[in-house]
Design a binder for this molecule. Sequence first.
Ligand code: MN
Length: 238
Amino acid sequence: MMKPVIGVTASMEIDQSVYTVNNRNIKAILRAGGMPVILPYYLEEEDVQQIASQIDGLYATGGYDIDPTLFGEEPHPDLGTIIPARDHSEIKLMKKLLEWKKPILGVCRGSQTLNIAAGGDMYQDIYAQTDQALLQHTQKAPMEHMSHYVYVEKDSLLYRITGKEKFKINSYHHQANRDVSGEFRISGKASDGVVEAVESKELPFVLGLQWHPEATAAVNDQPSLKIYEAFIDACTTK
Ligand SMILES: [Mn+2]
């Protein structure tokens, strides 16, 4: 049987000369039975259509911050590096996949581009733009260390996948989703209220996770492995 083809979005160096994807992402998809294919940017509309039609699912990896122009804001002083070309192509591709009801898994910044693609918005910096006391969401521990809990809504896709109402995740972000698209719902939050998981209300598999399950899948964390298995299963033509 042919493996489902999973389009993988890459990060870029700031001078836009080099595409980079952490191999943990590739390994997590291969281990779950998918065929990862790293995608280009600088796409014309017809290129977006072609890629969207040829992939069985889209996996949006982590990376730099997101261009606030995309949700109608100007840059906050605490906004980090952005690669607008990546944001624009990734979001165009997501819009097409949402339209065609194909599976999407977004991790870290991928959960934010996903929400923006569906009309939501985000904090440019959670520490500067929220009033409540926050956890340390930019952990200083190694990436496979699970530093804080996510509390999962019981009737959600994320709960059906993991079977857990609460589990530990790693945390490498200073941005997060703010207003969640009307097409989506929040399915997981941290104890401080930061949105950690969003998913489509209607589509079978559209999931955005604010953490990096590819790093914890590498050390055999069960919820992380189940997330990739469920994603690849959703991308598999039955
Ligand atoms: Mn976090």
